[in-house]
Design a protein around this ligand. Structure first.
Ligand code: MBD
Ligand code: FE
Length: 292
């Protein structure tokens, strides 16, 4: 290994392969996703696999897909795995429909996709506090207040809120090099009134990695790689369904054409600009009780 290569390996560069490998590793450290479908009958696997394949076959026939295109697809699919970009690909282009179907019965707050960069176990900050951040963390200071209630209006004391978001350069801690482990990731616990107050910085618009297979598809198709600036949150309380959401800022150029199709009007904040340049937002959550 050359000195340059060694230095690069040690420092790790912010490449698609590096963040993809981290996202794949993170996904695989959770308990086996196969456990949750252990009892799925063969009839359902047969139905779903057959219908997905039939949709592929129909596309090939309708558009007379060539051997050259088939082979390019094969090479690209192999490369997605080598780049570790299956979590990114699926969460950007498929998860939003799974989330829609999974939450269509809900009466409480809207949620949206989790995406590939959630990590459980962020530091506990109580009901009021700042997310862990570096001295001089770039970005407009943001104070977010709100309450968590049940659909009948009962405040959910002790509700937990996990917040994570990218920094002003669009990087997530643990998926890009050089950031403190829990940078811009924190857990908050609502007080007796179900209230919380979180201090952080306003995240920047975010471009999914462009130098890997997902970027190659985006370039080949003439798409763009942008997501609007967003805060990720998971909210949970005993006896209630977990809510996974993202919050967006009004006027962001990509609220209407998010590459991940994850924006909903209910998730756009209404921030107030303060005299000192900081921003305050009030946004709370209504959780659905677990049914039956
Ligand atoms: C993100 O930050 C994200 O939220 C999603 C859904 C996909 C890629 C990167
Ligand atoms: Fe994100």
């Amino acid at each position: 290994m050359s000195i340059d290569t060694a230095a690069e390996t040690a420092a790790q560069t912010a490449t698609a392969a590096a963040s993809g490998a981290s996202a794949t590793e993170r996904f695989q450290t959770d308990k086996s996703p196969f456990d949750a479908v252990r009892d799925t009958p063969a009839e359902r696997v047969d139905l779903l696999a057959r219908e997905v394949l039939a949709a592929v076959h129909a596309t090939i026939r309708a558009h007379k897909v060539t051997y050259a295109e088939y082979n390019a697809l094969k090479a690209w699919l192999i490369q997605v795995g080598e780049d570790g970009e299956w979590p990114l690909f699926l969460d950007v282009w498929v998860e939003h429909v799974v989330e829609e179907v999974a939450t269509e019965h809900r009466e409480g707050s809207k949620g949206t996709i989790e995406g590939p960069y959630y990590v459980p176990g962020a530091p506990e900050q109580g009901a009021r506090g700042a997310v862990p951040m570096r001295d001089g963390e770039q970005g407009t200071p943001l104070t977010w207040t709100g309450t968590v209630t049940s659909v009948d209006g009962t405040p959910l004391r002790g509700a937990r809120m996990e917040l994570w978001h990218a920094d002003a350069d669009g990087y997530y801690s643990q998926f890009a090099p050089g950031l403190p482990k829990w940078n811009l990731r924190g857990c908050f616990t609502a007080d007796t009134a179900g209230a919380f107050e979180i201090r952080t910085v306003r995240p920047a618009p975010y471009q999914i990695p462009t130098d890997g297979s997902c970027g190659r598809l985006i370039a080949a198709a003439g798409w763009h790689a942008w997501r609007p600036a967003h805060l990720h949150v998971k909210v949970s309380a005993p006896g209630h369904e977990d809510l996974t959401a993202q919050l967006y800022f009004p006027g962001d150029a990509h609220n209407d054409d998010d590459i991940a199709s994850a924006v909903k009007p209910e998730l756009v904040l209404d921030p107030r600009q303060n005299a000192d340049g900081s921003v305050t937002v009030d946004y709370g959550f209504v959780l659905d009780p677990v049914r039956g």
